[in-house]
Write a protein of this length. Structure first.
Length: 285
């Protein structure tokens, strides 16, 4: 069965990017001349998704207004905008304000009425960008079709950072890189690896069912990690997938946001030629 629905969590308060995020969602922060959210939408579209549910904060107006403004501008005046609108043709965009407990599992509960029971779908965090030659969403779909399992994006992180992420333990000897367990924000001593999940998941509505049943987890929040762990405990298979030829980038804090912008700038030949001399001068290289 084809996978055609994607959910994007874009309800975070962006506290690490204040004060700009007081009235401007971090998902709209520019990566050169594109909002971060647009990069995720384009990844979804390039992977064949036709319906995208964007879970906003309590006030969806800033994201909705930006989308309405872009789609209402006249054609033929701005080529990059024309290209984006061409890609959006035939794609349904739905905005839903988040309601419920804090936690990265809550957006899926909110989005559930837009997902048919029994379907598989893609879930993305709005501040996680995957820069790769092949859309990472397509990589997840391809692995799901090979294995029949749910698939979670993973990347190794420094050991001192395991306390910030969901950390995976793999089944020994699994050719498909199947999960044995996953723990949200373990201590350095508790962590079984430094393999972190990040904001790309291929899930099923079974995960949403579990989210509606499990108690709140750490810090009284509803964690996707806890539902995946319970899914595995109930006999479900979950495999991991690393980004092929690229990497996971994030815009959740100033340093990582600047790293992401620089990564995109230096991958463009014209921008690199303009920026490299200045960077070398600043670094005394």
């Amino acid at each position: 069965m084809s996978i055609t629905t994607g959910v994007i969590a874009a309800a975070g308060s962006g506290t690490r990017m204040l004060p700009v995020t007081l009235g401007y969602p971090k998902e709209l922060l520019p990566i050169i001349n594109q909002p971060a959210l647009q990069l995720i939408i384009e990844e979804f579209i390039a992977s064949g998704l036709k319906k995208i549910v964007i879970i906003t904060g309590e006030n969806p107006a800033p994201l909705h207004r930006q989308y309405q403004r872009e789609t209402s501008l006249p054609r033929g005046k701005y080529q990059p905008l024309d290209e984006f609108l061409d890609k959006m043709s035939g794609v349904e965009i739905i905005f839903e304000p988040q309601a419920g407990p804090y936690g990265n599992g809550t957006p899926l509960v909110v989005a559930s009425r837009h997902i048919n029971n029994g379907d598989h779908f893609i879930y993305a965090f709005g501040d996680d960008i995957i820069k790769a030659p092949q859309p990472f969403t397509q990589q997840l779909i391809d692995k799901h079709h090979r294995t029949g399992a749910l698939v979670v994006g993973t990347q190794e992180v420094p050991w001192e950072d395991v306390v910030r992420y969901g950390i995976v333990q793999l089944k020994a000897g699994s050719a498909d890189l199947e999960m044995e367990d996953v723990v949200e924000k373990p201590s350095r001593e508790e962590a079984k690896s430094n393999l972190s999940t990040f904001g790309r998941f291929l899930l099923s509505t079974e995960i949403i069912r579990i989210l509606k049943e499990i108690p709140l987890g750490k810090a009284n929040e509803l964690w996707l990690t806890d539902s995946i762990r319970e899914y595995i405990r109930q006999g479900g298979r979950v495999c991991v997938e690393a980004v092929k030829g690229g990497e996971w980038l994030t815009i959740g804090d100033p340093v990582n946001y600047l790293k992401t912008v620089l990564e995109y700038a230096l991958s463009d030949a014209e921008m690199r030629a303009a920026l490299e001399p200045r960077i070398r001068k600043l670094l005394n290289l």
